[in-house]
Write a protein that binds this ligand. Structure first.
Ligand code: DGT
Ligand code: CA
Ligand code: CA
Length: 559
C-alpha cells in the first residue's frame, strides 16, 4: 500500500527537477506517479518479479524503477533527500497556490528566502514580491488571492485518491476471517468530489482484534484514538481514516447512519418520528422492538421509502429518478488527447483502451494551435490526423470520431478556421487562457463560442480546478439558456482535479433541459478509467440517462 506515498515523492521530485530547469525528467516522474496511484499494490508487484516487474508497468522506466526499489528496500530515496537539502522549500504546499509554479518558487527562495506558505504570505503582504523582476503588483495580488482560496479548501482529499486508498485498506482488512461485512461509508460512499476523511465500516464478532490489525497497517503514521467501536488514524499519504466496527445485526443501520449526509440522516429521523418509530445507528425500533437493521434496504423500507443511492443523500430526502444515469450506461468517451498534441498515447492505443472498456466509439479531441506548449494542431495537421483515423477505422472494430478541443480566445472566437472545423465529426471548444475577465465579458465570450454553428461541446465549462482555482466569474443561468437554444452540449469533465460541471451545476442543467456529456479528458490511456468519477457527479446532480448524450450511439449524433 505504499503507492500513494511513493507517488507523492515522485510528484515532488518532478517539481524539483522542473525548478532546476532539468529537461524531460519532470514529465517522466509525473507520469510515473500518475500511473502508480491507480496501479495495484506496488509491494505485490515488486514481490512478484522484482525490478523487472516494476519496469513492465506503463510509464515506468529503469531509472524510476530503481528509485521505487530503493524506497521499498530502505524507506528513502537518496536523490530525493539531496534535492530537498539543496532547496529546502515546501514545494508541494507552495505550488498549490494558483499561479505559483516550481520556477517561481525557486526565484522566491533565492531572492526572499521564501520556504513555505507562511513566508509567501508575509512577503506578499509586505509588498516584497512586486518589485522582483518579472513579478509586479498584479502577480503579488494574485498570489494573495490564491493563498486565500487555499485556506478555505485545505485539508480535503480528492475523491479519486480516497477511493483507491480506501479500497486498498478494505482489501487488507478483508484478509481477516474476523471481518464479516465491510463497506466504504461517509462522504466517500456518497462520491463527494473531496472528502474530509475516509470512513470504513466493518461487522465483526471480534472488534478488538480487527482494530489491532487495522492500526498495524504499515502506512499508519499516527493513531488518534483506538477503541472497540471506533478507531481513527492518520496515514502517511496525508489523510485520516475512521474505522467503525458493529455487530452484523446492525450493519445496515450503521452503514446508513455513517454514510450520511448528516442532513439526510436528520431528515430521515424526522420521517421515523412522524411514523412513531425510532431510528439510530443500531436499527429502526417500534417501542423496544427492533424492526430493521441488518441491511440498508430494510431501514428505508421500514420507513416506507425505496432505497436511495448514496450519491443522492445530500440535503432533503428525494427519491431516485427512474432512469438515473448508471455506471455502465456510457457508450464512449469523446475527449481524448493523443501524441498528436499533449497526450502520451497514440490514437490506436487510446482506441484499444476504449475497446477494452466495451465502448462503441471514441472521440479524439486534441488541442489546437493556440496552445503551443501542448503542440496544438493547426488546420494542416488536423487533415493529416484524419488520414490516420480513416486508416484505423478500417482496421479496428470501434468507431473513431475525429474532433478537436479548440480554444475559445478572449473575444469568444475560435483559434481555428471554420472551414477546418466543418470537416471534423465534432468540435469541443474550451477556455484555456484569460481566466480573469469580467463576468460580462466572460459570459459573452462563452455565448459567442456556443453560437458558432461548428461548436458542439463546451469543455470544463466553469474552469475551476479543485482546491486551486475558483470557477470563472460567469452568468451560468445565461449560459444554460444559450446552450439550450443552440443545442450546445456541456461537458462533465471527469478528471478528478476538475469535475466540471460540478454536481450543483449539473442539477441546474438537468432542470434547464440542457444536454451534457461525460468525458475523461484523458492525456494517457489510464486516465480513461476515471469515467466513473464523472458519472458519480452526474448522479449527485440527479442526471438521468437521457440528459447525458454519450449514453447514446453517438456516431451520427453530431453530424
Ligand atoms: P467529510 O468526511 O467531511 O467529507 O464528510 P462525512 O459526511 O464523511 O462526515 P464524517 O466523516 O464526519 O461522518 C460520517 C457520517 O457519520 C456522516 O456523513 C453522518 C454520520 N454522522 C457523523 N456525525 C453525525 C452527527 O452528529 N449527527 C448525525 N445525524 N450524523 C452524523
Ligand atoms: Ca468522512
Ligand atoms: Ca469520519
Amino acid at each position: 500500500m505504499k503507492n500513494q506515498e511513493i507517488a507523492k515523492i515522485l510528484y515532488d521530485m518532478a517539481d524539483r527537477f522542473a525548478m532546476d530547469g532539468v529537461a524531460f525528467k519532470p514529465y517522466a516522474y509525473r507520469k510515473a506517479a500518475d500511473v502508480l496511484i491507480y496501479e495495484e499494490d506496488i509491494e505485490n508487484i515488486y514481490e512478484r518479479g522484482g525490478l523487472k516487474e516494476l519496469e513492465s508497468m506503463p510509464g515506468i522506466g529503469k531509472h524510476i524503477a530503481l528509485k521505487i526499489e530503493e524506497y521499498l528496500k530502505t524507506g528513502k530515496i537518496k536523490q530525493y533527500e539531496l534535492l530537498k537539502k539543496e532547496t529546502p522549500v515546501d514545494l508541494e504546499e507552495l505550488t498549490k497556490v494558483e499561479g505559483v509554479g516550481p520556477m517561481t518558487v525557486k526565484t522566491l527562495y533565492q531572492e526572499l528566502k521564501v520556504k513555505n506558505i507562511k513566508d509567501l504570505k508575509r512577503a506578499a503582504e509586505r509588498h516584497k514580491i512586486a518589485p522582483l523582476f518579472g513579478f509586479g503588483e498584479k502577480t503579488e495580488q494574485a498570489i494573495l488571492e490564491g493563498i486565500g482560496f487555499l485556506d478555505k479548501t485545505q485539508g480535503r482529499v480528492s475523491v479519486a485518491i480516497a477511493f483507491v486508498e480506501a479500497n486498498r485498506i478494505i482489501d487488507y482488512l478483508k484478509t481477516m476471517p474476523e471481518v464479516e461485512n465491510i463497506s466504504i461509508a461517509g462522504s466517500l460512499r456518497r462520491m463527494k468530489e473531496t472528502v474530509g476523511d475516509i470512513d470504513i465500516l466493518v461487522s465483526s464478532k471480534n472488534p478488538k482484534k480487527v482494530m489491532e490489525y487495522f492500526v498495524k497497517i504499515p502506512e499508519v503514521q499516527k493513531v488518534w484514538g483506538q477503541g472497540t467501536t471506533k478507531t481513527s488514524v492518520r496515514m502517511k499519504g496525508g489523510y485520516n481514516v475512521d474505522l467503525r466496527v458493529v455487530p452484523k445485526t446492525s450493519f445496515g443501520s450503521a452503514l446508513q447512519y455513517f454514510t450520511g449526509s448528516k442532513e439526510h440522516n436528520i431528515n430521515l429521523r424526522k420521517i421515523a418520528i412522524a411514523k412513531g418509530l425510532k431510528l439510530n445507528e443500531y436499527g429502526v425500533f417500534k417501542g423496544n422492538k427492533k424492526i430493521a437493521g441488518e441491511t440498508e434496504e430494510s431501514i428505508y423500507s421500514a420507513l416506507d421509502l425505496n432505497w436511495i443511492p448514496p450519491e443522492l443523500r445530500e440535503g432533503a430526502i428525494k427519491p431516485k429518478p427512474k432512469n438515473l444515469i448508471d455506471y455502465n450506461d456510457i457508450k464512449g468517451d469523446l475527449h481524448c488527447h493523443t501524441t498528436w498534441s499533449g497526450g502520451s498515447g497514440s490514437i490506436e492505443e487510446m482506441a484499444q483502451k476504449a475497446m477494452s472498456l466495451n465502448y462503441l466509439y471514441i472521440g479524439i479531441a486534441d488541442h489546437t494551435k493556440y496552445l503551443r506548449i501542448e503542440n496544438g494542431l493547426d488546420e494542416k495537421r488536423l487533415k493529416e490526423q484524419r488520414k490516420e483515423i480513416d486508416l484505423l477505422n478500417k482496421k479496428l472494430k470501434i468507431h473513431i470520431l475525429q474532433g478537436c478541443e479548440a480554444n475559445i480566445l478572449a473575444d469568444g472566437s475560435i483559434d481555428i478556421k471554420d472551414s477546418a472545423l466543418k470537416e471534423l465529426d465534432f468540435v469541443i471548444a474550451g477556455i484555456h487562457s484569460h481566466f480573469k475577465l469580467s463576468k460580462d465579458k466572460m459570459t459573452r465570450r462563452l455565448v459567442k463560442a456556443m453560437k458558432n454553428p461548428n461548436v458542439d461541446i463546451i469543455s470544463h465549462p466553469t474552469g475551476r480546478i479543485i482546491g486551486k482555482r475558483a470557477e470563472y466569474d460567469i452568468d451560468f443561468d445565461k449560459i444554460l439558456v444559450v446552450a439550450k437554444e443552440t443545442k450546445t452540449v456541456l461537458e462533465i469533465n471527469a478528471h478528478p482535479a476538475r469535475l466540471d460541471l460540478n454536481d450543483i451545476n449539473i442539477n441546474k442543467a438537468v432542470k434547464a433541459g440542457v444536454k451534457m456529456i461525460i468525458n475523461t479528458d484523458a492525456h494517457q490511456k489510464e486516465n480513461m478509467d476515471l469515467m466513473n468519477l464523472g458519472i458519480a457527479q452526474a448522479r449527485r446532480g440527479f442526471a438521468t440517462k437521457s440528459d447525458i448524450v454519450n449514453t447514446l450511439d453517438l456516431t451520427t449524433y453530431f453530424q
